[in-house]
Design a protein around this ligand. Sequence first.
Ligand code: ADP
Ligand code: MG
Length: 256
Amino acid sequence: MTDGIRIAGLRKVFADGTVGLDGVTFDAAPGEFIAILGRSGAGKSTLLRCASRLVEPTAGTVLLGGTDLTAARGRALARARAKVGFVFQQFNLIKSYTSLENVLVARISHRPWLAGLVGLWTDADRALARQSLEDVGLAGKFDTPVRSLSGGQQQRVAVARAFAQEPLAIFADEPTASLDPNLAATVLAMLRDYGRARGVPVLVNVHTIEHARRYADRILGMAAGRLVHDGPASELTDAAVEAIYATPKTATEDAA
Ligand SMILES: Nc1ncnc2c1ncn2[C@@H]1O[C@H](COP(=O)(O)OP(=O)(O)O)[C@@H](O)[C@H]1O
Ligand SMILES: [Mg+2]
């Protein structure tokens, strides 16, 4: 159980002047599953990357587990990043490592840094990594190199890695875009169930409106780096969807 996450005034101006995020503010409650919709270029990826410090925000705050992630520097930054389990569209696994080794990578931030670097995992780390793989239905694949797994299995390893991080929030950036619809549904259900069971907010960028309606508690709509919709998934009308996708695409520093 966490306090949830509070994002306030989050802004990102890229080096070329593109405004990727134009002041985004919202809270996510513990266990809440939020789907973020918006057309390509709306700022969905930039939101999740800035909120987890994978990309440096220009302004704003992100409160998670009692700390402001945007204020962390040096070693504290690595610890701050580790509070968010991030699931990528392209999995971002180490292909030559086994499933278990990939999931153990998530434990680095929980070990003294040198022990993590040389792979001195504790029995508790290994037990948690195995449990996480079991939780995503990969109990038989601990020692299989990731490169010989299917795409759906690889994404489940990535989800297990996020779980093994014992995160205070999970962000997933189009995690199902390279999966077939059945696997996509399985992965979304796993993320939702994990969040509910642990009281961890889960933010997912999705491109399938049906999936957003079916799995999310709440839907945020983004356009031109701003939030243009916020409401319960059960009340998402076709008109609201049209409005989210109709809004012009890019903001620039001049127009802002
Ligand atoms: N590194 C970058 N440099 C300049 N502009 C960028 C960079 N990354 C993203 N953008 C721009 O920021 C805006 C938001 O992009 P993004 O967050 O990737 O949108 P989405 O994920 O909704 O498709 C777009 O206009 C995109 O072109
Ligand atoms: Mg994106």
